[in-house]
Ligand binder design. Structure first.
Ligand code: PLP
Length: 409
């Protein structure tokens, strides 16, 4: 059995036994009553010590005892997680900080951080006896679900909004998912997916709603703790859309402290796009207000985030803060990440890097600081955004003189 002890409402703190409650707190309702999975840490500690990790699988399944999965899944080896954390002195220099390590989440199964959550979701769906799994997504949650469902041999129904980038749509379709392109906003797609799950009994992968999925996102924090073991960063930069990625990373770091595998904490810099920054605003005002702007970072273009409370709690608990960055800053960070750190990342992936520059400019991050950044998704997913950031090739006649003229210019 898993080491899950109980579920706790993040709004009213009420505890529930896992088999006695659905996905949300009945007292607070589906909008506010997000549940958090709490483990029997003493039991986890008996099977998960640093020595157990030495020979563990080079995937996020190495943290099995901290995942809400039955032990019969211990053999699962889908290639997810344990992404490299690489020093980038050149990018550190450009950002004006002492040390930068980048965690390239584009190396995951379907090329984004979301694979961490989807893989756990699909295994839970298998456990629950569901015949199919569904989700509404701006893109990466869906592409990762399609890839993981393919590995599990389970049908996937995906609701995407009109704005889904072509690369992500191609990923969904090639993995064999049934794709509904909903002619409306992400919110319309989300509601329709919820209704369909209710009506047809599909397993719901919508992260905001399903407490077990965030548990997969937690492995980003667990890995960061292990990879930085003796050299903790002062800050960790994370882009924020709905908010459960940042909450998951903080939870992973906290659990590694509870297990006494690490003895340090690090401050979290949550980064939102200036056009769509409801969580950064709510951090100041304490309440969520809809924003009317826009951003080309589609993966964090979430005007009505459902995990804003969790995100704010996580960032506060870490003694961190939020900054916002413009699309121009994000495009600059895409170029810098690719040219100085060798990582081609999608706009939402580069948002963390843009946030570091912004935080240095605002005096939030000290130039002497060591920072780690999650680059959450692969750049090939959104070619049109990359082309906007990258510019055009030099068009020439097949003539060496032209090459010389342009190359020397
Ligand atoms: C989903 C996503 C994020 C943000 O995660 P949230 O949980 O929505 O805050 C950041 N980057 C990429 C590439 C994503 O797909």
């Amino acid at each position: 059995m898993s080491h899950v002890d109980h579920l706790k409402c993040i709004c009213c703190s009420q505890s529930y036994q896992p088999n006695k409650v659905g996905f949300t707190c009945p007292a607070c309702g589906p909008d506010e009553g997000i549940l958090d999975v709490v483990y029997d840490m003493a039991a986890v500690g008996r099977v998960l010590a640093l020595s157990d990790l030495v020979d563990a699988s080079p995937t996020h399944w190495r943290y099995g005892p901290l995942l809400p999965l039955a032990t019969r899944h211990a053999g699962i080896d889908w290639p997810i997680g344990w992404t490299p954390l690489t020093d980038s002195p050149a990018l550190a220099l450009a950002l004006g900080i002492k040390r930068l390590r980048v965690k390239d989440e584009g190396r995951n199964l379907s090329g984004s951080f979301k694979d961490r959550a989807s893989s756990v979701g699909v295994v839970r769906a298998l456990d629950s006896g569901a015949k199919a799994i569904a989700c509404a997504s701006t893109g990466n949650a869906a592409t990762s679900l399609a890839a993981c469902s393919a590995l599990a041999g389970m049908p996937a129904y995906i609701f995407v909004s009109e704005r889904v980038p072509d690369g992500k749509l191609a990923q969904l379709l090639i993995h064999g998912a049934c794709v509904f392109k909903v002619m409306g906003t992400y919110d319309d797609a989300y509601r329709l997916c919820m209704e369909a799950c209710d009506k047809f009994g599909w397993y719901n992968r919508c992260c905001a709603y399903n407490p077990y999925l965030v548990e997969g996102k937690k492995t980003g924090g667990l890995e960061l703790a292990e990879q930085c073991f003796a050299n903790p960063p002062d800050w960790v930069a994370v882009s924020v859309g709905d908010g459960c990625t940042v909450a998951g990373i903080q939870k992973g770091l906290r659990e590694m402290r509870e297990l006494e595998i690490i003895d340090w904490s690090t401050r979290i810099l949550g980064v939102q796009a200036a056009g769509v920054d409801p969580i950064a605003r709510a951090m100041q005002t304490g309440k969520l207000e809809q924003t009317s702007g826009d951003t080309f970072a589609d993966s964090i273009n979430v005007p009505v985030p459902r995990n804003w409370r969790k995100a704010i709690q996580a960032v506060k608990e870490s003694e961190g803060t939020f900054v916002t960055v413009t699309d121009d800053q994000i495009a600059e960070a895409m170029r810098q990440s690719a040219r100085l750190a060798g990582v081609f990342t999608e706009p939402a992936g580069a948002t963390s890097v843009a946030g570091i520059a912004q935080a240095v400019a605002e005096g939030i991050i000290d130039p002497k600081a060591s920072v780690a950044a999650f680059l959450t998704g692969n750049g090939l997913k959104d070619i049109s955004a990359a082309r906007k950031a990258a510019g055009d090739p030099i068009e020439i006649q097949p003539d060496l003189g032209e090459v010389e003229r342009h190359a020397m210019a």
